[in-house]
Ligand binder design. Structure first.
Ligand code: ZN
Length: 192
């Protein structure tokens, strides 16, 4: 009998082709849920008037939020841009700031953009087979710079929590745009 937490052993399938589980629903993030997150507000409004596209989805399994548990799942960011800025996740700090996370890329091409409250930042590449370590204290955002879905598997301490509000109000210091057909990291003109 396990009295240390609320978990029993289990397994779950995530497709290596599209990242999705065959038994659990994903959480979907549409263009309309990313208002203000992209640098080009005009391009955002024009694209939203055309269609409310699916930008990314992820699996959140509801593992009980105790410090001995691990939360995990997959994240799928679809290819596309708002203006010249690539599709990306909203990004977040952890509520318990000093908690790390690991992402393992299953498919696609992209970047993990990270920054600390003190202004240290990094962008590590996502390519199939590459793992990215996000240290504690670093906000993190997945960005699809390729032409296929960017599929990653992630795991972090289950009680870490998500602080989306800081990024919603301040943004990241840098953004990733397409310039001459290549990803370029530039200063975010909207950074507060
Ligand atoms: Zn995280």
């Amino acid at each position: 009998m396990n009295i240390s937490n609320d978990m029993s052993p289990f397994s779950i399938y995530f497709s290596l082709n599209n990242g999705l589980s065959d038994t659990k629903p994903s959480l979907k993030r549409m263009l309309s849920q990313m208002r203000g997150m992209y640098a080009d507000d005009t391009a955002y409004a024009n694209q939203l008037a055309q269609a409310d596209s699916l930008l990314y989805e992820f699996h959140e399994l509801g593992i009980p939020e105790s410090p001995g548990n691990l939360a995990f799942g997959t994240s799928i960011v679809y290819p596309g841009k708002v203006g010249n800025e690539y599709y990306m996740t909203k990004g977040h700090f952890h509520t318990i700031l000093d908690t790390a996370e690991v992402y393992y890329c299953i498919g696609g091409q992209g970047l993990m953009l990270m920054e600390s409250p003190e202004g240290d930042w990094a962008a590590e590449p996502f390519t199939p087979g590459r793992a990215v370590y996000v240290p504690g204290r670093y906000a993190h955002r997945s960005i699809n710079t390729g032409h296929e879905p960017l599929i990653t598997f992630y795991t972090f301490r289950a009680d870490a929590g998500h602080d989306y509000g800081t990024i919603e109000s301040k943004g990241f210091r840098n953004i990733v745009i397409e310039r001459d057909g290549q990803p370029a990291i530039i200063t975010n003109p909207k950074w507060a």
